[in-house]
Design a protein around this ligand. Structure first.
Ligand code: BGC
Length: 697
């Protein structure tokens, strides 16, 4: 096996047994004691010389890990940074579905396996720090980088992010990003997010706390400001909350190039300037000499970095890191499984005049299929910014479908540019499949001309006409959407009998789509963000905002509050079978403010095919003294059910999870109150079972 050679591998530690926390601390302190001020400060920034670094970022971005803090004299290896989250961005790595798609799997076990695979591929290419865990909350679907995160709900993002961290950290350090409230792309370098302390903590930070509790090694500070202070200079975020209140023991790295404005960021709690030493080099040394930054601040930062380096020098499965591990058959299969489990079936009506639903298509009896839309042939894996992965191949929808139909089935294709041609082939076909949506040109990280936030949330008018005219010509039509978050489908949705959301499904996306269309796989994904009927159901968003207020409500919480019905609710997704929920139990029905209770429900697969169902638990607050959501997600669980099988699904709920943040007290308060628990297949309470319990005073 060809083994990757790690430059500057850790030489100071010889022991194989994992060190205790105390020993790690001791080792780190020993090293720190041997370092000069200059050496310490060298730990706190990228190692590449400025000019070379800038050139490299321009011409060879993401080709190799970016080193930070190597010390040859003391044999301290560099951090070697690489990015994600849809895979490892270096060379030709496995391209998984984007994080938003994986959010739709609601499958923490799968996400942990993907994290593990990305960790192996990162380390096999020389990285030891993987910044591919983006857990910013999707406040508005226009956000260009929506695809990099898992969805709109704090609890759900926290669970998915923590699962990814767990998998990644079996091999390398993980870095969660962007701390915090980063969710407008065009204005990211300067926008000031004005936010109340309660909203910040409950809505925008809880999922970061969840990953910190999971033991994440590193946090990346965001570009934007929060309440007047740039995030890399935000003492309240970095010191008061992250390091002191949450007890985060890892290190904070800056977002790249424009996130640090001067060396005083160190005082605020920034530990590393990435990827080059612009402010955290000689300038920071001068600030220390002048007393503007104390040496204690530097020592604290360096100790944090050293501790994680030592901790992770003990972690890993050395036999696994090899060039063959990259895009291995196992990882390809995982990419396909992830796509299968992230494609959401949004609509599946009965075929006109027939007894069956339109999907799955019975491939054995298919003579002619029409595939329409230019995205059918494109390797549409997502944006082309820092998260771009370059897999060795991508299976676009047409290729996946062609490979799945019998040889004698005629596959007709039209790119849809000339609607008349598309309509012609649709008319001749048993079934037509239209693939429409977005690409990196419409949304993504903003890089000069491409990407950025979406201007409109509908499809382009041409695509809407294409859909309507095709369905009129052949009522047996399935629409497949591609994109990084919600799309408004109002003007055509009612006319279309079957609808799938495929997101950006990764390198195996075309195969996975065919698996779903032809029933090889039963869809089980559910939306990680509500799909609105119109923009009026969403909070205010301005892609060029200089200052913006982030309120307590967004997504399903806002729609619930305003009594508005979305096109497709948060947590919604159909299957080729049906599930029944029965026998909701809660025990006990009254608990103390530090108590725990168990909730259980029976789920039965009522159909005749095997499936996986995501049961969701929401909690509502009856008569709270503060403004609360109508209900919010507090648990979910995925079960595998054979036809006719019933399983009991259990949830554990703590009173603490239901606390609100009291700004006056500066603390979390568990209210003595009656709470309603809803358990069901989506956030639609009408479809859920409910039960009440009390928390005592
Ligand atoms: C992005 C980060 C990314 C970094 C390094 C920045 O532009 O905002 O998410 O980790 O580049 O690639």
């Amino acid at each position: 096996m060809a083994r990757f050679k790690f430059p500057g591998e850790w030489g100071a530690l010889k022991e194989n047994v994992p060190l205790t926390k105390e020993r790690v601390e001791e080792e780190a302190k020993n090293l720190l004691a041997q370092m000069s001020l200059e050496e310490k400060i060298k730990q706190m920034s990228g190692d590449t010389p400025l000019l070379r670094g800038l050139i490299e970022l321009g011409v060879a971005y993401n080709r190799r890990p970016l080193p930070a803090g190597e010390n040859v004299r003391l044999s301290i290896p560099a951090l070697r940074f690489s990015d994600g989250p849809r895979g490892v961005v270096m060379n030709h790595s496995t391209c998984f579905p984007v994080a938003m798609a994986r959010g739709a799997s609601w499958d923490t076990n799968l996400e942990e396996r993907i994290g593990d695979a990305m960790g192996v591929e990162a380390r096999s290419q020389g990285a030891n720090l993987f910044a591919g865990v983006c857990i910013n909350l999707l406040r508005h679907p226009a956000w260009g980088r929506a695809q990099e995160t898992y969805g709109e709900d704090t609890y759900h993002i926290g669970e998915m992010g923590a699962a990814c961290v767990k998998g990644v950290q079996r091999h390398v350090m993980a870095c969660i990003k962007h701390f915090a409230a980063n969710s407008i792309e065009r204005a990211r370098f300067r926008v000031d997010v004005r936010i109340s302390e309660r909203t910040l903590r409950e809505v925008y930070l809880s999922h970061f706390k969840r990953c910190v509790d999971e033991g994440v090694a590193s946090v990346m500070s965001a570009y934007n400001k929060v309440n007047g202070h740039y995030c890399s200079h935000n003492r309240h975020l970095l010191r008061d909350i992250l390091k002191e209140e949450w007890g985060f023991e890892g290190f904070v790295v800056s977002d790249f190039l424009f996130a640090v404005h001067n060396g005083e960021a160190a005082n605020a709690g920034l530990d590393i300037e990435m990827p080059l030493a612009i402010h955290f080099g000689k300038k920071l040394t001068r600030l220390v000499r002048r007393g503007t930054v104390s040496e204690d601040v530097i020592d604290d930062a360096v100790l944090r970095i050293l501790k994680q380096k030592i901790r992770f020098a003990q972690i890993g499965e050395p036999g696994k890191y090899a060039l063959q591990a990259i895009v291995s058959s196992e990882h390809k299969a995982l990419a396909r499984e992830a796509a299968q489990k992230s494609i959401v079936l949004l609509k599946n009506d009965f075929v006109a005049g027939a007894k069956k639903r339109i999907l799955p298509v019975d491939v054995a009896h298919l003579s002619r299929i029409a595939i329409i839309g230019k995205l059918s042939t494109k390797p549409n894996t997502g944006d082309r910014g820092s998260s771009m992965v370059r897999p060795p191949y991508v299976i676009p929808p047409l290729e996946g479908i062609r490979a799945a139909v019998p040889q004698d089935c005629e596959v007709m294709y039209s790119d849809g540019r000339i609607i008349r041609k598309a309509v012609d082939i649709a008319r001749k076909a048993d079934i037509s499949v239209i693939i429409v949506g977005h690409t990196h040109r419409d949304e993504g990280e903003y890089l000069f001309t491409k990407g950025g936030d979406r201007d409109v949330l509908t499809h382009k008018p041409h695509d809407e006409t294409l859909i309507l005219r095709t369905v009129a010509a052949n009522p047996n039509t399935v629409v497949v959407l591609m994109g990084g978050s919600a799309i408004i489908t109002e003007s055509w949705r009612e006319k279309v009998p079957a609808l799938l959301m495929a997101w950006y499904p990764g390198m195996e996306g075309g195969n996975a789509l065919a698996d779903i269309l032809f029933g090889k796989v039963n869809p089980c994904a559910k939306l990680p963000c509500a799909f609105p009927r119109s923009e009026s159901q969403l909070p205010f968003f301005h892609k060029h905002a200089r200052s913006i207020k982030y309120g307590y409500f967004h997504g399903y919480r806002l729609m619930d509050k305003q009594g508005q019905v979305p096109a497709f609710p948060f947590g919604f997704g159909l299957s080729y079978t049906t599930y029944a929920y029965n026998n909701l139990q809660i025990d006990p029905v009254e608990i103390n403010p530090n108590g725990t209770l168990r909730v259980s429900v029976d789920i039965t697969n009522k159909g005749n095919i095997t499936g996986e169902e995501v049961a969701q638990l929401y909690v509502g607050y009856d008569g709270s003294r503060v403004e609360r959501p109508v209900k919010e997600l507090k648990g979910f669980s995925k079960v595998h059910l054979a036809p006719g099988q019933t399983q009991i699904v259990n949830f554990v709920l703590t009173a603490r999870q239901l606390a609100y943040y009291d700004e006056q007290q500066g603390d979390w308060v568990v209210e003595p109150l009656t709470y309603t628990v809803y358990v069901g297949p989506s956030s639609r309470t009408e479809e859920s079972l409910s039960v009440k319990f009390r928390i005592r005073g």
